[in-house]
Ligand binder design. Structure first.
Ligand code: AMP
Ligand code: MN
Ligand code: MN
Ligand code: MN
Length: 274
């Protein structure tokens, strides 16, 4: 029985809905709690927490940090971070600036490819938070260049496609330290998508606190394997849907999550670490 969905995006990064609306959807889905885990930003946490409180939902703050480890993309979730932590705020500000530079390069490349994006439209789509490729994809759809976000990635925006540029990423050791110094617990997001389980013991050495074992794209066997690894390394089990909203990604909210006991284990460890 899923009590909380611990992996949700709002339009403060590349989700479709504002943070308060995400909280409303969590309540409508019949869940008891959630975390908001926008990419490289904490700007939605205040609104999400306020709406969670109004709706009687349990809430834990979150963020999803983009890291690079041994040439692989690794995402770290930080749970229970203090949204006003100065060091984390500063680093996220740098990353947001890096994302803006990278988006400008991708827009210039699309322009060269004969697919100019209207800056006003792009700004309207991305203007709420950290800019990412899904925003470029939405603008491309609006201008009739592609018919879906998937198609935009497959043809232009995905790694190795003609308009791709990488964005700044953190070292996982630095990300783990940053999350911990902001009072949070670092958790490896969707380990099944990393496709290299040897990163897990390496991240444990660096201070990892949990694995996102429950994830929509994990098979039953993978989920079982990650739960076993959590026991072996004394890690928290977390889970969430990675919901972005139906226009951006087709995974529904609450497609994965944690039980009440798992949620309480997370909040209890966070309290002990204060
Ligand atoms: P960015 O953070 O700008 O590098 O963009 C990555 C985001 O794009 C991810 O968080 C997903 O939401 C989305 N994404 C990545 N790959 C795809 C894909 N093949 N199709 C649709 N969306 C994708
Ligand atoms: Mn995303
Ligand atoms: Mn991710
Ligand atoms: Mn995510």
């Amino acid at each position: 029985m899923i009590f909380a969905d611990l992996h949700l995006h709002s339009r403060e990064s590349d989700g479709q809905f504002p943070p308060r609306k995400v909280a409303g959807l969590v309540s409508q889905a019949g869940l008891g709690g959630f975390s908001l885990t926008d990419h490289d930003t904490m700007s939605g946490l205040k609104d999400a927490a306020a709406k969670a409180h109004a709706l009687g939902l349990a809430f834990i703050s979150g963020v999803e940090l983009s890291c690079q480890f041994r040439a692989r993309e690794v995402h770290l979730l930080g749970y229970g971070i203090d949204p006003s932590d100065p060091r984390l705020t500063l680093k996220l500000g740098e990353m947001a600036a890096g994302r803006r530079d990278r988006a400008a390069k991708m827009v210039a490349k699309l322009n060269e490819l004969g697919l100019p994006l209207d800056p006003a439209k792009l700004n309207q789509i991305a203007g709420h938070g950290t800019i990412g490729r899904p925003h470029l994809a939405m603008a491309m759809i609006e201008q009739g260049y592609v018919t879906s976000v998937k198609e935009a990635f497959a043809l232009y925006l995905g790694k190795g496609r003609p308009a791709f540029f990488p964005r700044p990423k953190l070292e996982p050791g630095a990300a783990i330290e940053l999350i911990r110094s902001a009072g949070g617990l670092p958790v490896l997001a969707h380990p099944g998508l990393v496709r290299d389980d040897s990163v897990i013991p390496a991240l444990v050495e660096l201070g990892l606190a949990g694995l996102e074992a429950a994830y929509p794209q994990h098979s039953a066997a993978e989920q079982h394997k990650y739960r076993s690894l959590c026991s072996r390394y004394h890690l928290l089990v977390t889970g969430g849907s990675d919901f972005h909203g139906p226009e951006i990604k087709d995974t529904p909210l609450a497609a994965a999550g944690v039980s009440r006991a798992e949620f309480e284990a997370l909040t209890a460890l966070k309290e002990r670490n204060r």
